[in-house]
Ligand binder design. Structure first.
Ligand code: C2E
Ligand code: CA
Ligand code: CA
Length: 619
């Protein structure tokens, strides 16, 4: 360890030298003693090895310190005399040395008492690095001071290194803490937001709803579902579907505004919470949301018509059923009702919705086993030719004798079956049953109803043909009855199916004509044989001019397009006369015959045999 000694008197230097020599001797003795008596003194307690540097002038000493710092071989302790003529004095020397090396331990050594320790401390401090010894000094005093200060210098340096390492560690830890905090808030965000839209997700919605129900205020929950979303997904692809969801989400957020809350509940379903004054206010707000969604968007260059249905629940301050699950369930029921009643509308929840769901479930479960249990039958309603009123065909009409609900009409259970693949099972049974009956009739054809879902079943025409072949029945003895909905939901595909059926030789009737959106103009391109005028028009004929006019024009234009026109729901003789005059080709209705069972149908068919020949003779 290096010691610097600055003193203008050579004899003083001599004293220093002797002091440190003696300390070497003492050191050797101490080591021997440690060997002999197994002394517990550690090496740190013994004076370290000192290397002395002597200078007689302050400036030389300053230079030595500077060189030591530059070479990385620093002095631990400097012993400095105060008066060193002709050069700078000890105070100045100490000040300059301190400026170069802040760590060095300084000992001011003087024989005079005319200096102020405070003054020197001020320029060469800090106080814990500056010490004073009076001349003439004791040898022990110098060595002990040097040893103690060298030790301390060493510790200070080690401490400084440790501090630096710790400071680095703290910086690192602080960075890691920041990163963790960022990751955590990211994780929290991800758990509460939907990845596609970045809107709150179902979890966040339920949490918000839970907060809402605890507040003593009225609010509305709207469940919003896009209409025809599946169609966009299927025809334009999932990316387009995603884009539509994103666009709709931001439209809803804008439309709902700052006091509301919008979340994506999943798929094409959104949840909205908003303050409302009453149900009328809530319905108005929901209608506004539907309008906002019902614009035409550009999705990847395709124009897509947006449309949405809304299920609404208004939760009043004092209501029962303020639990979040119950609110969600009711909104869901209301949404189902909105979808069922034609889409693009908002429906507010009422208790009957719940009841109807239960009933529907019961019907669905009952229907599943109905075929196996032999609960289904077909009735046949004759269709009469205008001239001579002979029976040219029978329409097959399904009946279900449910042990639980009694005799249920198809108008009740077909729409329920239509919501699942159950409709195919029923439809297959109906077709087989009708074809099984056909050989018992002399020549009439059978007209079978097919719901939109049946008609859109893949390879519909092929499946029908298979059944005809299986029963060995000519295609022209089967008429397919479909509605406009079946055709116009996907016009291109329907046109293809229809012309396939036509090529196979089947007859095709458009049922309930006049109630849908199609006009005679746009049905002209489809391969059809027959229009069945919806019975609401026949019913209104005698009472309203409009109905009579519609019936007349359908008959007129149908004939112009080469189609047969059937009037259904004929209930009076007056209607029969009017329809005959108007030129309607066939008539069906309670006035002429109610739907009858198979045996009765066979009897009617056989009696009517003669007219069949006449009908067939027509070109
Ligand atoms: P639709 O095709 O319009 O069938 C005519 C309905 O009107 C039948 O009711 C028939 O009984 C009834 N009707 C016939 N003449 C008169 C009349 O003079 N006055 C009145 N008020 N009604 C008359 P039904 O049998 O209850 O059938 C209802 C609907 O159920 C049918 O309407 C048809 O859309 C559907 N449907 C019936 N059977 C089947 C089937 O096997 N498959 C499918 N997919 N749907 C079927
Ligand atoms: Ca029908
Ligand atoms: Ca009909």
């Amino acid at each position: 360890m290096r010691i610097l000694i600055v003193d203008d008197e050579p004899t003083v230097h001599e004293s220093y030298r002797r002091s440190f020599c003696r300390s070497d001797a003492g050191d050797a003795l101490a080591a021997m003693a440690a060997d002999l008596y197994d002394d517990i003194d550690s090496p740190a307690d013994r004076p370290p090895d000192f290397v002395l540097t002597h200078h007689v002038q302050g400036l030389d000493a300053v230079e030595a310190v500077r060189a030591g710092v530059a070479d990385g071989d620093r002095f631990a302790v400097a012993f400095i005399d105060v008066r060193m003529p002709p050069g700078i004095d000890g105070r100045e020397t100490a000040a300059r040395i301190r400026a170069i090396d802040p760590e060095i331990q300084i000992v001011i050594v003087t024989g005079y008492s005319d200096f102020s320790p405070l003054d020197i401390s001020r320029v060469a401090g800090p106080a814990d690095k500056i010490f004073y010894i009076a001349k003439p000094f004791e040898v022990e005093e110098i060595v002990q001071t040097a040893t103690a200060l060298a030790h301390r210098w060493q510790l200070d340096r080690e401490l400084a290194v440790t501090r630096a390492v710790l400071a680095d560690k703290i910086v690192l830890l602080e960075e890691q803490a920041l990163e963790l905090a960022a990751n955590e808030s990211k994780a929290v965000h991800m758990a509460n937001h939907d990845a596609l839209t970045d809107a709150p997700n179902r979890l966040a919605f339920v949490r918000r709803l839970t907060e809402q129900v605890r507040q003593p205020h009225s609010f509305a929950m709207a469940m919003i579902d896009l209409d025809r979303f599946k169609q966009v997904n299927d025809t334009l692809g999932h990316l387009a579907g995603d884009e539509l969801i994103r666009i709709t989400c931001s439209i809803l957020i804008d439309a709902v505004g700052a006091d509301g809350f919008v979340a994506r509940l999943g798929g094409d379903e959104f949840g909205v919470l908003m303050p409302v004054t009453d149900e009328a206010d809530a319905v108005r707000k929901c209608d506004a949301l539907i309008r906002a969604c019902s614009t035409s968007f550009s999705v990847f260059g395709h124009s897509v018509q947006g449309a949405a249905s809304v299920g609404l629940v208004v939760v009043d301050a004092g209501d029962d059923g303020r639990e979040p699950v119950s609110v969600l369930r009711r909104a869901d029921l209301a949404l189902n009702e909105a979808k069922r009643s034609g889409r693009g509308v908002a429906r507010a929840y009422d208790d009957s919705m719940d009841e109807s769901i239960r009933f529907r479930r019961g019907i669905e479960t009952g229907l599943r086993g109905a075929i196996a249990r032999g609960e289904l039958t077909l009735l046949y309603q004759p269709i009469f030719a205008r001239e001579g009123l002979e029976i040219v065909a029978f329409e097959a009409l399904l009946r279900w004798n449910s042990p639980e609900y009694g005799a249920i009409g198809p108008a009740m259970f077909i729409p329920i079956a239509e919501e699942s693949n159950l409709i195919h099972e029923l439809g297959d049974w109906v077709l087989d049953e009708a074809l099984r009956m056909l050989p018992h009739w002399p020549g009439q054809y059978v007209s079978v109803n097919f719901s939109p879902r049946q008609f859109r079943r893949p390879n519909f025409a092929g499946l029908v043909m298979d059944r005809l072949n299986a029963w060995g029945i000519a295609a022209d003895r089967l008429q397919i009855e479909i509605t406009e909905t079946a055709i116009f939901d996907n016009a291109d595909r329907a046109a293809e199916t229809l012309s396939q059926l036509r090529r196979m030789g089947l007859r095709i009737a458009l049922d309930d004509f006049g109630t849908g959106y199609s006009s005679l103009y746009n049905i002209r391109t489809f391969a059809l044989d027959c229009l069945k005028i919806d019975r609401s028009f026949i019913d209104g004929m005698g009472r309203e001019r409009e109905s009579a006019a519609i019936v007349h024009s359908i008959i007129h234009l149908g004939r112009a397009l080469g189609l047969e026109v059937v009037a259904e729901g004929v209930e009076t003789d007056a209607q029969v006369q009017a329809l005959r005059v108007a030129g309607c080709s066939q008539l069906q209705g309670y006035h002429l015959a109610r739907p009858v069972d198979a045996a009765a149908a066979i009897a009617l068919a056989r009696r009517s045999d003669g007219a069949i020949a006449a009908r067939r003779a027509r070109p």
